[in-house]
Write a protein that binds this ligand. Sequence first.
Ligand code: NAP
Length: 354
Amino acid sequence: MLLHFSPPKPLFSPPNLRRNPPPFPVPPPRSLRIRAIDAAQIFDYETQLKSEYRKSSALKIAVLGFGNFGQFLSKTLIRHGHDLITHSRSDYSSAASSIGARFFHNPHDLCEQHPDVVLLCTSILSTESVLRSFPFQRLRRSTLFVDVLSVKEFPKTLFLKYLPNEFDVLCTHPMFGPESGKHSWSGLPFVYDRVRIGDEDSRRERCERFLKVFESEGCRMVEMSCEEHDKHAAGSQFVTHTMGRVLEKFGVESSPINTKGYETLLDLVENTSSDSFELYYGLFMYNQNALEQLERLDMAFESIKKELFGRLHQVYRKQMFGGGGGEKGKKTEQKLLNNGVSVPMKEESSSSSS
Ligand code: NAP
């Protein structure tokens, strides 16, 4: 729809000085003297047009779960001119009002505001209980339901199970957080799957308007199925979080001779330690590929240890037997490497006989 605005009429019409010039220069009245030529005024046509356009494209977004990540996202959504209403288990009314959002203690009251979009920002572990108790019947039948959970197949399955069929469903994962996206979202990946978006133009446009926030912030928009996301995320995000937590337990500390690589490890610990353990546990529990990745990590660690200890044994044997332990020395070495089990040294004996 095209909006037409006529520029406001001038408040003051000066006399035509060109046709009837006065005999001496007349200064304009003091109150009408131009003091600044480029300041935005409330009656400025361009500003008016811009704010009307913003209002017409603004979405009413209900953020469910106003914790760490919910608040982080809300700030940017508000900056893009959207109207934010929020609800959470805990009372975040002052945090909400400090960023220009409204907080509703009761989810029924939130739903009666008839938001265009409901944005689920609750923990992975609580998803099912939140959905089971949510008063969907008070929302408009065409509501767009969006989530930002760090696992994707799990919420998709629950949405298709619990949400009314008339709702649109968009599953997303902004792959950054309050730490990594502190300064800018430029170049950071945003994964999304339009699971169920109705055919009407208005529904498609609403979904695009929501995605536009991330696109215009410079995110790297990646359209991908929820299943594919989980495969990739287990091998990257879950492993990253695991290494961050292992290093935190290990106790990495800054030193006066930090190398660049070591600085990266310190950054990794800082990035992952600000996330709740519940979030990390959710990545493990609700991504069916995570267990396999954890086992692979464990095996990789064991294999590296074996390689190091294997070489150490060789050096140790050489020192003990002066490098000339002979056949007997080699056999003892093999036995040590195989945790005390004797292995017939086939290759050596066949090569020595040929
Ligand atoms: P989180 O620990 O995963 O979730 C905290 C949020 O869940 C809070 O809003 C909390 O509400 C709510 N919650 C927890 N248990 C609940 C329950 N039983 N019933 C109702 N609400 C419950 O931490 P988060 O970092 O804020 O993450 C929120 C979501 O964003 C998660 O799904 C996560 O996977 C996703 N995400 C996070 C990041 C990140 O970097 N942090 C990045 C991408 C996606 P109250 O505070 O009111 O108790």
